[in-house]
Design a protein around this ligand. Sequence first.
Ligand code: SF4
Ligand code: SF4
Length: 266
Amino acid sequence: MLRLCQTAGASCGACCGLYNSHDLSREGLRAELSRRTRALARVPRTPAAFRAAAAALAEGAPTPLFPSVRICPLLGFLDAEETRVGCLAHPLATGGADLRDCGAYDVVTCDAFLCPSHAWLSEEEAALLARALAGDFHLYGLVVTDVPFLRAALAGVATRTGTQVELRHLEHAPFRAALRRLLALKEELAPGSEGLFGAFRPGNDGEPLPRRIDYDALGAAPSPYDEILTCVGADPRSGNDLESFEGEVARRLDAAAAAFPRPAGR
Ligand code: SF4
Ligand code: SF4
């Protein structure tokens, strides 16, 4: 089965509430994860101690973006270098005890939950994304939970190069860097934008709800980059500057296409 949460290079903490914060910056999220990791390192591995620590951590947490969505204070860093985000109450992190009942949910829920991306992403797409964003938990979590965005970005590159992007193309470091920069469009969105949490809004049939930029209401002509802008969620009603975002999309697509590895002699 496809596993997206912890892979060789990438890790995600989105469904544990990582991005439910007014301060979505890389630095802001890193500081909160670091605070929790340092605090929990000193706590005895018992349910009572972990429950008390979780309650204390929740008290001092940053303001949530969506108050009704839970934030688990037991999400932190799994490595000393602070590159891998994950559950600090999981037996693999505690050294034996399963303390996930002490967090925002319960152990059954934590164990069973798989976000919709597990059903939507192909093996190739998942591997490609993990390779492109290895070591970058902040951006990986934003993109792995938004399959339409990833697909629109890859399709945008394919339109320019005439070749579908495959995992092997990411062995070319300049292209890998340019693709990462393209996917980092997610980090340019205004807080609360549709695009940040798009994949968590499935329709009644479980498929993602279509997003649409209402150009008529804006009095603007549809963008030539409508598909990617729509998938990114750069709708100006959620606080984004559509025109400058459009320019940025074009620049980053051009850069990715320019860095795309060409067969020798072409
Ligand atoms: S949001 Fe999805 S990929 Fe991320 S940790 Fe949760 S289940 Fe895993
Ligand atoms: S206890 Fe559950 S919700 Fe909390 S960090 Fe672990 S897996 Fe996520």
